[in-house]
Design a protein around this ligand. Structure first.
Ligand code: ADP
Ligand code: MG
Length: 293
């Protein structure tokens, strides 16, 4: 490829809202055969709302919301923001936690009004020997089967209930996935969320392959494993926890609406935060390099 052609390609990219770090990036873009997509904030809007609260018997709903809201107000996770907003709406001003810790990819824990509270994946509560009742557990499975995200909350040694939040697929995601498939690329959905949610979202947008329940530090291993299997992997992500995987991938694409850390780790920034730009980027690189070979 001539330097001029590559420069024209990157310039055309900028017009399309595709910021390419260097002309050499176009070469890896052209050779990609697998596209790994982060779920939250990439395929979905990442804007969740609290839609349901289910308490264990004897638990006061307002108390659960006060504890949950107080703790999640200190977290920046989309799930946390949905819970804090929903709690504020229902119970008003939330107390400030005396202690707070984020447990990456699992949830949060802290102290609210002198009580130790934990919120997150069921497995996180299990680490504290807190277990949901069979009834609440099956309500959780039902909601997850419908593609909703469910987190559990516990305090004082017991699981106290669940909070159901829902995220929505971006209106352009299905079209983008279809475009990737048209280019002969295999889309793969990658998420820390559970398998049922992943399957539901994947079905909505037309992705056949999912890799779910992946811890943030394991996302990079998933990419490496695909590469060991001989794949040329592109990764599209937005979050802080996607950055190592974006760097590991043969081609990293960050949503322009995402975090700075992800944008820095990526080779390409999709300025509009629109997944269809990923399709445009690959089409552009094929055209740019194809015409000069
Ligand atoms: P994703 O890969 O889809 O962006 P994360 O890796 O950030 O998701 O989180 C994985 C899971 O950990 C979430 O689905 C949720 O169950 C739990 N989790 C993470 N952060 C929080 C939080 N602040 N509050 C409750 N649950 C959380
Ligand atoms: Mg994400």
């Amino acid at each position: 490829a001539t330097p001029t052609a590559l420069l024209v390609g990157t310039g055309r990219g900028a017009q399309l809202g595709i910021l390419i770090k260097g002309p050499e990036v176009l070469e890896s873009t052209r050779r990609v055969d697998t596209v790994v997509l982060d779920k939250t904030g990439t395929v979905t809007t990442g804007k969740m709302t609290l839609i349901e609260v289910i308490t264990e018997p004897g638990v006061d709903r307002a108390e659960l919301l006060r504890y949950a809201g107080a703790l999640e107000d200190a977290s920046e996770h989309p799930i946390a923001q949905a819970i804090a907003a929903g709690a504020t709406q229902e119970v008003g001003v939330l107390p400030t936690p005396e202690d707070f810790a984020n447990i990456e990819g699992k949830g949060v824990q802290g102290v609210v009004e002198g009580t130790g509270v934990v919120i997150g994946r069921e497995s996180l509560l299990a680490d504290w020997s807190q277990y949901l009742s069979a009834e609440v557990s099956s309500a959780k499975a039902r909601a997850e089967g419908q593609g909703k995200t469910v987190v559990a909350i516990g305090w004082d040694g017991s699981a106290r209930g669940i909070l159901v939040v829902a995220d929505t697929v971006k209106p352009t995601s299905a079209e983008a996935i279809a475009g990737l498939k048209d280019l002969g690329l295999a889309p793969v959905l990658l998420t820390g969320d559970n398998e049922a949610v992943a399957r539901q979202i994947a079905a909505e947008v037309g992705i056949d392959q999912i890799i779910a329940e992946v811890l943030p530090q394991e996302k990079i291993d998933v990419i490496a494993r695909l590469q060991q299997d001989g794949k040329m992997v592109a990764m599209v992500g937005d979050g802080v926890n996607d950055a190592p995987a974006l760097a590991q991938a043969d081609l990293g694409l960050a949503m322009g609406t995402g975090t700075d850390v992800a944008i820095e780790a990526a080779d390409i920034t999709l300025v509009r935060g629109d997944l269809r730009s990923a399709v445009d980027a690959i089409r552009l690189s094929r055209k740019t390099l194809g015409t000069i070979k």
